[in-house]
Ligand binder design. Structure first.
Ligand code: ADP
Ligand code: MG
Length: 149
């Protein structure tokens, strides 16, 4: 486990970029945190690290958006999902086959698809404008990866 205090949007983008630079095809990340915590902001940084050139915007209404880069980015936001059966819309078998997958509000998916992953928890505080980011690796791959960050 590793924790940072992130004191600005810029610093969140930078952390995402460092993470994105180290990701490999097949990697799966679950981002948790209240609305406005910074999950999409971190994903924008990850996209920079993956050399995605298009602008990344929240996929809340589409559930899923894909971006070409050095490695493909699959960005999911499952906030609107109410039951696991709705995941069928996402063609889940394809989720992990190519690229890096970043999931906001992914608890339903996580329950259904045990798979090595990195849990990223973002909390408000400790001070105004700050966020506490905690990375919890599930699997050796992510143990090694977070040591480098
Ligand atoms: P989420 O996807 O978790 O709902 P967003 O990334 O869309 O959150 O929004 C985070 C908001 O919080 C942005 O408006 C961003 O500018 C703001 N913000 C303020 N301080 C920070 C910080 N330290 N880290 C990340 N975002 C911050
Ligand atoms: Mg978001």
């Amino acid at each position: 486990m590793k924790t940072w205090n992130i004191d600005s949007e810029r610093a969140m983008l930078d952390l995402g970029e460092r993470l994105g630079e180290r990701l490999q095809p097949g990697d799966l990340l679950f981002l948790s945190g209240d609305l406005g915590a910074g999950k999409t902001t971190l994903t924008k940084g990850i996209a920079q690290g993956l050399e995605v050139t298009a602008a990344v915007t929240s996929p809340t209404f589409q559930l899923r958006k894909g971006y070409a880069g050095r490695i493909r980015l699959n960005h999911l936001d499952l906030y609107r999902l109410e039951k696991p059966s709705e995941l069928a819309m996402l063609e889940p078998d394809e989720l992990f086959e190519e690229g890096v997958t970043v999931v906001e509000w992914g608890d339903l998916l996580k329950a259904n698809f045990p798979h090595d992953h990195l849990d990223v928890a973002i909390e408000y505080g400790p001070a105004e404008g700050e966020r506490r980011v905690t990375l919890r690796p599930a699997g050796q791959r992510f143990d090694d990866l977070i040591k480098e960050l």
